[in-house]
Design a protein around this ligand. Structure first.
Ligand code: ADP
Ligand code: MG
Length: 260
């Protein structure tokens, strides 16, 4: 198995609108290792959503390749793409996109429908995931009875339902207040550190982008050659309680749960 979960080669996307063409991406080549947490930062209109939609098979590039888990998804026929969307990628959106008439638990179960899991297995997995995102007590609440941050936690649990190779998050903190933003970005960091979840997040928010392991920059549809090391990859310390490795910016040890 390749160390890269995701590779793109010279991606280009041109939208044609009436007689006009808009070049949304040009020459985007990137590689994402298994277990990485990459944020791609760029201003509004720089092509972030276009890129993420292509990585997640919601859209096709005009030219170039996307290799996901060793499969060139740009050459997969349309009718097969649903399998990749369902099993290989988990999407997290700015607006959560939960179904309002389903409970938190049912929203998390939804992507597992039709995958061959029994009702009991689906329920068990959904409960585990809600526990993982800190919402075990809220499983029967409908989205409207949850805060914005809680709704995004449910959406993150839903994205993990079919154990995807990668989580793709489009401005996941864009609709949240300052405090809740940090809770959600820390949750993504925790999933990356503790579960090894590979994450690609796009955002215009530099403070949020800096919480990843690597920060890339998109400008006018092009990836810049500069790259920054994110907070998640910086300084590591030993937990004074259990001795295991923790990030310098952690408040609680992810292993033993003690306050640092
Ligand atoms: P971002 O997510 O960084 O704000 P987008 O990927 O949404 O950027 O958009 C990149 C560029 O492509 C913008 O100029 C936008 O207007 C254009 N664009 C995005 N989607 C479409 C579309 N479906 N049809 C035409 N132009 C589009
Ligand atoms: Mg966007």
């Amino acid at each position: 198995m390749s160390e890269f979960v995701l590779e793109t080669e010279k991606l280009e996307k041109i939208y044609r609108l009436g007689g006009r063409s808009i070049r949304a991406l040009s020459d985007v080549s990137l590689k994402v290792k298994r277990g990485d947490f990459v944020s791609i930062m760029g201003p509004s209109g720089s092509g972030k959503t276009t890129l993420l939609n292509i990585l997640g098979c919601l859209d096709r590039p005009t030219s170039g390749k996307v290799i996901l888990d060793g499969v060139d998804i740009t050459s997969v026929p349309e009718k097969e793409l649903y399998k990749i969307r369902r099993y290989k990628v988990g999407f997290v959106f700015q607006t959560f996109n939960l179904l309002p008439y389903l409970s938190a638990l049912e929203n998390v179960e939804l992507p597992m429908e039709g995958t061959g899991k029994s009702k009991e297995e689906m329920r068990k997995r959904a409960r585990e995931l809600l526990r993982l995102v800190g919402l075990a007590e809220r499983e029967n609440h409908k989205p409207l009875r949850l805060s914005a941050g809680e709704q995004q936690r449910v959406a993150i649990a839903r994205a993990l339902a079919n154990d995807p190779s990668i989580i793709l998050a489009d401005e996941p903190t864009g609709n949240l207040d300052a405090k809740t933003k940090y809770e959600i970005i820390r949750l993504l960091g925790k999933l990356n550190i503790e579960q090894g979840t590979t994450i690609v997040m796009v955002t215009h928010d530099s403070a949020m982008a800096s919480h990843a392991r690597r920060v890339l920059f998109l400008s006018d549809g092009k990836l810049l050659s500069k790259e920054k090391i994110g907070l998640l990859a910086k300084e590591k310390l030993a937990c004074p309680v259990c001795g295991r490795e923790v990030q310098a910016d952690h408040v609680f040890c992810p292993h033993c749960g003690r306050k640092l």
